[in-house]
Design a protein around this ligand. Structure first.
Ligand code: AGV
Ligand code: CA
Length: 329
């Protein structure tokens, strides 16, 4: 048995087990924070893929957020995948600012990032170690899950549901780059081959695509309301993280949405989403690599179409009415 399995405290029986796959962007770190506030969820592991981030700062943020909740026993894995279509460096560099925030900068940190387990193996080990099937929440590319499924196909029976912030089905994509026609969403586009294979695996997958995340841009009204409860230090931190997305690059062209946090809320708010069972494929070559296409010959999955956003905002305000579990200096 590996080290990180031994140190885990025994899980509380009736909590829903979740493995989080994220890619280190501000939105992803907020999602991790949100998951950790969920009383009915037990987080069993986190994989970090340096897609919309660089690896070292992303792992540092992931670890420091765990510290705020006194949960550094939750293992972190690092992805060995290199997407075919890299995120713009200007986006990848942004999250580094997270670790410089007053609430995080002085937290002790001496992790050897390169000694962390490989993401594929961590996912396999953590899922296999559970008695009951688990939920996998993916707020970045899906490459680690696909490589884990290929390496250990038997984990399928331990997967209750996969929630993926990914895709653009009946709306335009958010990829604007060379050799692309704009039809894809970035998490799918980063590794279109793995994305294609994920659909082909027909896991119990629900996509939270741009079709629904387009309803929840980060806006100042939300931030203003959140700021009124910043006496709770987790509200304060979340407000600062979201504030850093307001000047999204290049600003007039792009808007930062609550992509990943909306997908994360599906863990507890699923009944407030409208979903649809569809069949779809992922295209894997230019000019529309990463496009998710509805097709009768495609593979079965669910997609979210609509959400009650008042309930979503209310939920965020409530969850963030909390202080960190450790004293902060
Ligand atoms: O396509 C949405 C995904 C989400 O997982 N990411 C950001 C979220 O973490 C990529 C992305 C799209 N537009 C962006 C993105 C932007 N303007 N800045 C940074 N990342
Ligand atoms: Ca993300």
């Amino acid at each position: 048995m590996k080290n990180y399995l031994k140190i885990k405290t025994p899980p509380m029986k009736n909590r829903k087990r979740v493995f989080l796959e994220h890619d280190g962007a501000i939105d992803d770190i907020l999602s991790q924070l949100l998951v950790l506030t969920m009383e009915d969820i037990e987080l069993i592991g986190i994989n970090v893929t340096p897609a919309d981030s660089f690896l070292e700062p992303a792992v540092e943020s992931a670890y420091k957020i765990l510290q705020l909740f006194n949960q550094t026993d939750i293992p972190i894995g690092i992805s060995e995948h290199n997407g075919t279509n890299a995120f713009p460096n200007a986006w990848r560099a942004r999250p580094e600012i997270i670790n410089a925030l007053p609430m995080l900068i002085n937290l002790p940190y001496d992790l050897d990032v390169y000694a962390l387990p490989n993401a594929t193996d961590l996912l396999i080990d953590r899922i296999s170690a559970q008695e009951d099937p688990v939920t996998i929440l993916i707020t970045g590319p899906c490459s680690n899950l696909v490589s884990a499924m290929k390496k250990a196909p038997s984990i399928r029976e331990k997967i209750k549901e996969v929630i993926w912030m990914g895709g653009a089905f009946r709306t335009q994509g958010n990829v604007q780059t060379y050799q692309h026609d704009g039809t894809a969403e970035w998490n799918v586009f980063w590794d279109p081959q793995s994305s294609k294979e994920l659909f082909e695996m027909e896991l119990p997958l629900v996509c939270i695509p741009l079709d629904v995340t387009n309803n929840v841009p980060v806006n100042k009204e939300f931030l203003s309301t959140l700021a009124k409860q910043s006496d709770y230090n987790l509200s304060n931190l979340a407000g600062q993280l979201w504030a850093m997305t307001i000047d999204t690059i290049p600003s007039y062209h792009y808007v930062y949405f609550m992509w990943d946090t909306l997908a994360t809320s599906y863990l507890t708010l699923s009944e407030h989403f409208e979903t649809e069972e569809v069949r779809a494929i992922v295209h894997n070559k230019p000019p529309n690599a990463g496009q998710t296409i509805l097709s009768d010959e495609g593979f079965k999955l669910k997609i979210a179409k609509a959400v009650n956003k008042e309930i979503f905002y209310e939920y965020l305000f409530n969850q963030l009415k909390r202080n960190a579990d450790i004293p902060l200096v």
